[in-house]
Every structure is written in C-alpha cells, then in structure tokens.
Design a protein. Structure first.
Length: 265
C-alpha cells in the first residue's frame, strides 16, 4: 500500500508542476464549464455547502466549484503533500489536508457534499475508498463521483501503456511534450497523455461492480442517479480548435459517474 502511495506521488508531482505552469484563466473556465454541465443534472444542491474534494490534486475542481457556488467551503484531501503546498492553481480555494482516500482523516458524517472526480481509478483499493467517501458524507448528504469504466478505449490504450511503462518517463516524456508543442496543442494534452500511459495504478471497473461497492458499504442510500460526464455533453470547450478536434475524434474513456444521496436516517 505504501509503495503504491510513493509511486503515485513520484508520478504526479512533475505532471502537476508542468500542468500548473501551463495553466491560464481559460483552464479554470474550462473546468467550471464542465462541472456546471454535470451539477446541473443534480437537483437541490445547497448554496453554501461544506464540500470535500477527494483526490483534489492541484485544486482545479475546487476552484471551479467556488466559481459556481461562491459561498461554499471547500476542503481538499490528497496523498501528495507537495501538490497541496505548492501546486494549487487557485490558492485559497480550498483548505488542503494530506490524506489517503482509503483512510480518510475525517469524522463520519462531516460533509454536505463529497466530490471525487477521477481519483478512484488510481487508488489501490477503490472499494474501500468508496466506503470511506460515503462514511464522511452527512446523512442526507451527497456523494458525487466518477471512476473509469471498462470500454474499448482500455483495449486501445493497453499496448501503448505496456510499452510506455517499459520505457519509463525519462524516455517517453520529452517526445510527447515536443509533439504537443509542435502541434500547438493545449498545454494540458501532454500531461493527460503521460498520465494515461504512466500512472502506476489505473483501475477500470464495470458499473455493476461500482454499484455493488455502494450497496455493500454498510451505509443506507436513498437514491443513486447516473450522471452524464461533460466529455459526452458536446460542449463548446474553452480550448484551441486543434485540441477540440482531437477531443472529438479520439476514443473516449468509459466512465461510471453517479450522484449518490445518503438516506437521512
């Protein structure tokens, strides 16, 4: 478990550093646009909730949430302490806490809303992490998350991932960054490619299995609502035309995305 944590830290620290250096106001606008598309599907969201951003990384989703709900209070938890200290795209958008999604350092029933966007595929025990996310949400509160499903994207990715893992980041990173610069692509594209190819843990889980995790967590659930992720929303993205074209033609990651309402009692 600790080895995986160290591997994830080593993987993400340089990616997030370069990602932050390339960030602009349009990046946060992009995340705000995507988050708004997804949250619009969830009725009755409070205006001033206490929100946990679980696996917050550089805090871009918290910054987007604050744009949409200025009175919200955000707490971000992440395994990578360096990213929490020096890698935040909008310092002050969240209160950073160093911690593991599989053993969250919060009391049960703390948060009105628990959000986890894309962190679950990269933990060693996602089933346990889902149980923890439910545990720290309040009775009557909301867990909103997505994780990677299993689709043909994974079959396309697998051989490239094996080659990249064998070569390592020192060999793979320079040509990928160079090609993206040559193509004048959005700066985030290179980080996304390297993340997909080289992240130490990448789980892809069928929807049926994710539902089993939720129902077996020992916490009473009121409703589970499927959420259409922004990548399938045909949005006019705040990126350049070349990156928009790539987004449209490349295979999409299969996603399992839910808004889970805890029972009040």
């Amino acid at each position: 478990m600790q080895d995986i944590a160290h591997q994830n830290n080593a993987h993400y620290a340089p990616l997030f550093s370069r990602f932050k250096a390339a960030m602009s106001d349009s990046t946060v606008r992009f995340e705000t646009q995507c988050l708004a598309f997804e949250l619009d599907q969830i009725p009755g969201l409070p205006e001033s909730p206490l929100v946990l951003d679980a696996g917050c990384g550089n805090g871009r989703y918290s910054a987007a949430w604050r744009n949409l709900f200025p009175r919200a209070t955000l707490v971000g938890v992440d395994l990578n302490g360096a990213i929490l200290k020096t890698g935040q795209v909008s310092p002050g958008a969240l209160t950073p806490v160093n911690g593991n999604l599989e053993f969250l350092p919060f009391r049960s029933g703390t948060f009105d809303i628990v959000m986890s966007r894309g962190a679950l595929p990269h933990v060693a025990n996602p089933r346990q992490a889902v149980g923890e996310l439910l545990r720290v949400s309040k009775p009557g509160g909301l867990l909103y998350f997505y994780t990677y499903g299993r689709g043909w994207y994974d079959y396309v990715l697998s051989p490239f991932r094996r080659i990249a893992m064998a070569l390592g980041p020192r060999i793979c990173s320079p040509p990928i960054y160079a090609i993206c610069r040559l193509g004048r692509l959005d700066p985030r594209v290179a980080s996304f490619i390297l993340d997909e190819l080289l992240v130490p843990v990448r789980n892809a889980t069928p929807e049926k299995t994710v539902l089993e995790w939720l129902y077996s967590a020992g916490i009473k659930i009121d409703t589970i609502q499927p959420i259409v992720h922004a990548q399938f929303g045909n949005l006019e993205l705040a990126v350049d035309r070349r990156s928009q074209w790539l987004h449209r033609v490349l295979p999409k990651i299969a996603l399992v995305s839910f808004a889970v309402q805890r029972a009040k009692a």
